[in-house]
Design a protein. Structure first.
Length: 261
């Protein structure tokens, strides 16, 4: 009879597709599931993984349709992405787990946390939401209906994506479908009221983020019955990419507050 240890993804093939560990930390007492922004990939959290290892093991999510998953069908709804992430997470729930999401990843992390809490399930140790207003705030930007170049130009004007490499037409052609699919998921998402999260929530935002004004990010406090903190960093929507050290310190501090690690 074959046996599998807790945290072993082998019985769950989807887990190996969805979840990456850049700095495996088998002795860590806490795991942090990190969900990327629209158009992003697991590598967005490489630096944060390095900052938190070996005390916290970072699990970075890789959505379908990009990088090594580029030949898989895209998922263009938050609900489909949530269900895929939750299923893949199953073998990793043998230790306390927290969630961190940026922009689209923030509302996705929130929905995964809600799913984990259902029916007396796994209680997340903490939820970190970054660069996103409260989940009831709709995003009425039909960017996914534009052609590739117009979509990228609109995002650049909004400060909504890092377009450095997208000036190359070949790169743009390769990544535009994933960006379009993700923004369709963002635009069509509708929050369904439900019980407050029983875990602490920390909201992070850049002070010059036009897509997520500080006052809207602060409204996340209404979605938890536990402790809430708001942390404002210098920068715009992608403040995170230049401040992984400070963000890592904050995350570690808050996780230490939630659970001695």
């Amino acid at each position: 009879m074959t046996t599998h240890s807790a945290g072993d993804p082998r019985p769950f093939p989807s887990s190996r597709l969805w979840i990456r560990t850049f700095y495996p930390a088998p002795q860590a007492r806490m795991r942090l599931l990190c969900l990327p922004h629209a158009g992003g990939s697991a590598t967005a959290y490489f630096a944060l993984s390095r900052e938190l290892a070996p005390e916290v093991e970072v699990l970075a999510v890789q959505y379908p349709g990009r990088q090594d998953r580029r030949n898989e069908p895209l998922l263009d709804s938050i609900e489909e992405l949530r269900d895929g992430v939750a299923e893949a997470l199953t073998p990793w729930l043998d230790r306390p787990i927290a969630l961190f999401g940026h922009s689209m990843g923030a509302v996705l992390a929130y929905e995964v946390a809600r799913l984990l809490c259902q029916d007396g399930g796994t209680l997340p140790a903490h939820l970190f939401v970054s660069g996103r207003g409260n989940p009831a705030q709709g995003v009425n930007m039909p960017l996914d209906e534009l052609d590739d170049r117009a979509m990228i130009t609109a995002l650049d004007n909004l400060g909504g994506t890092d377009i450095g490499l997208l000036a190359d037409e070949d790169v743009l052609r390769m990544v535009a479908p994933a960006i379009r699919s993700d923004y369709r998921a963002v635009r069509t998402y509708r929050h369904t009221p439900g019980p407050l999260l029983p875990c602490p929530v920390t909201a992070l935002v850049g002070d010059a983020d036009a897509m997520a004004p500080v006052e809207e990010v602060d409204k996340w406090r209404a979605y938890t019955s536990a402790d809430f903190r708001l942390k404002v960093f210098q920068g715009g929507h992608f403040y995170l990419s230049k401040q992984f050290h400070k963000v890592g310190e904050l995350v570690y501090d808050r996780l230490s507050y939630s659970l001695s690690i």
